[in-house]
Design a binder for this molecule. Structure first.
Ligand code: C5P
Length: 222
């Protein structure tokens, strides 16, 4: 393990983890790991190359061979910009399927650990506090009702000019939660020492304020 502080932000799809993690990283001047992007990348490439989404070994081998770079908000894989592609619903859905494969999870573990660099890291995902960084300085688990998460996702997609219905998004979110919670490999659940924030009726500003206090408390007690 290392002395570099790490804050984990876990939670279900659309709970606002990504937004919160980015704001926390900015506030503390730390690095940011969007672990979901790694599963989305594996899924996007698998779809492109026609690899079966349950072919665990083939997916893991492919994942190990990828040159993944996060540069100025862009996601570049083997020299190709996949920033927009990996945000498609179809890719999110496929990501939750490839993420259920243990060899895929093992294949990307080292690259996640290698992101822990001074002065600190904020990592968001499903298993950041339980599996990837069990010794984290502070662990946050963000909850919100499925309905609110679907509405937030709808607004995000609409702002990007993509058209989907809230109803369809809600169905996808519920299905994805089910799969992420029930899988045997690193299921979605709060770490025993995580602090749960129920954000259904909280503004992002309030969630950030509470989270900063949690992180500061974690830093003070190390
Ligand atoms: O967070 P995001 O929606 O980008 O994640 C896409 C999928 O990747 C999730 O539905 C989940 O199945 C998987 N994932 C995971 N572990 C993580 C991050 C994401 O299994 N740490």
């Amino acid at each position: 393990m290392t002395d570099v502080p790490v804050v984990t932000v876990d939670g279900p799809s659309g709970s606002g983890k990504g937004t919160l993690a980015a704001l926390l990283a900015k506030h503390f001047g730390w690095h940011l790991l969007d672990s979901g992007a790694l599963y989305r990348i594996v899924a996007a490439i698998a779809l492109e190359r026609g690899i079966d989404l349950s072919a665990a070994q083939a997916l893991a081998q492919m994942a190990r061979g990828l040159d993944i770079r996060f540069e100025n908000g862009q996601v570049v894989v083997d020299g190709v910009d996949l920033t927009d592609r990996i945000r498609h619903e179809e890719v999110g859905e496929a990501a939750s399927r490839v993420a259920a494969c243990v060899p895929v999870r093992e294949a990307i573990l080292d690259s996640q650990h290698s992101m822990r660099k001074p002065p600190g890291l904020v990592a968001d995902g499903r298993d950041m506090g339980t599996v990837v960084f069990p010794d984290a300085t502070a662990k946050i688990y963000l909850e919100a009702s499925a309905q609110v998460r679907a509405e937030r996702r709808y607004k995000q997609l609409k702002n990007k000019g993509l058209s989907v219905s809230v109803h369809a998004l809600l169905a996808t979110i519920i299905q994805r939660d089910e799969r992420d919670t029930r899988r045997a490999a690193s299921p979605l659940r709060p770490a025993k020492d995580a602090i749960i924030i129920e954000s259904t009726s909280m503004s992002i500003e309030k969630v950030l304020e509470v989270s900063i206090a949690i992180v500061e408390q974690g830093l003070a007690s190390t």
